[in-house]
Design a protein around this ligand. Structure first.
Ligand SMILES: [Zn+2]
Ligand SMILES: [Zn+2]
Length: 126
C-alpha cells in the first residue's frame, strides 16, 4: 500500500502540533537569549495514548488515517496543546527541568512543574 505508515503515529502528531509553536526571545527563568529551546508542559505522547484509549482506536494503518485522526485529536485537546503551556527555556534550565522531573514525566505533574518554574524565576529576580 502506498501510504503505509513509515514512522510511529505520534511522530505525525508531533509534526502537526509543532507547526504552531513559537519560540520566545528569552528564557522564561533567567531571561537569557542564548541556546533557547521549547518545552511543552504536557507530554504529547501521553495525551495521544489516552485519546486513543478513550476513543477505542487500536490500530492505525495509513498516513491518510493518521492525518484525519490528528485533526480530531488536536481539537479534543485544544487547551492542553495550546501555547499557554509552551515554555521557552535556555538549554541549561531545560536540562535542569528534565533532570528533576525526568525525560518523560507524567502529565499529572504539570501543576507541580508550573510551580517549579515560578520559583526558579523568582530566585533569579530576587
Ligand atoms: Zn535560563
Ligand atoms: Zn522539555
Amino acid at each position: 500500500m502506498m501510504d503505509t505508515l513509515k514512522r510511529f503515529p505520534v511522530k505525525y502528531i508531533r509534526d502537526f502540533i509543532k507547526k504552531d509553536y513559537k519560540l520566545r526571545d528569552v528564557c522564561y527563568i533567567c531571561n537569557s537569549v542564548d541556546n533557547l529551546e521549547l518545552h511543552h508542559l504536557f507530554s504529547l505522547s501521553q495525551l495521544w495514548e489516552e485519546w486513543l484509549r478513550k476513543n477505542d482506536i487500536k490500530k492505525i494503518e495509513s498516513v491518510t488515517e493518521i492525518k484525519e485522526l490528528r485533526q480530531t485529536f488536536a481539537k479534543d485537546n485544544e487547551d492542553s496543546l495550546s501555547n499557554k503551556y509552551l515554555v521557552t527555556l535556555c538549554s541549561k534550565h531545560h536540562k535542569k527541568l528534565h533532570t528533576i522531573y525526568g525525560q518523560n514525566y507524567s502529565n499529572y505533574l504539570v501543576p507541580k512543574i508550573k510551580n517549579w518554574l515560578e520559583i526558579q524565576k523568582e530566585k533569579m529576580s530576587g
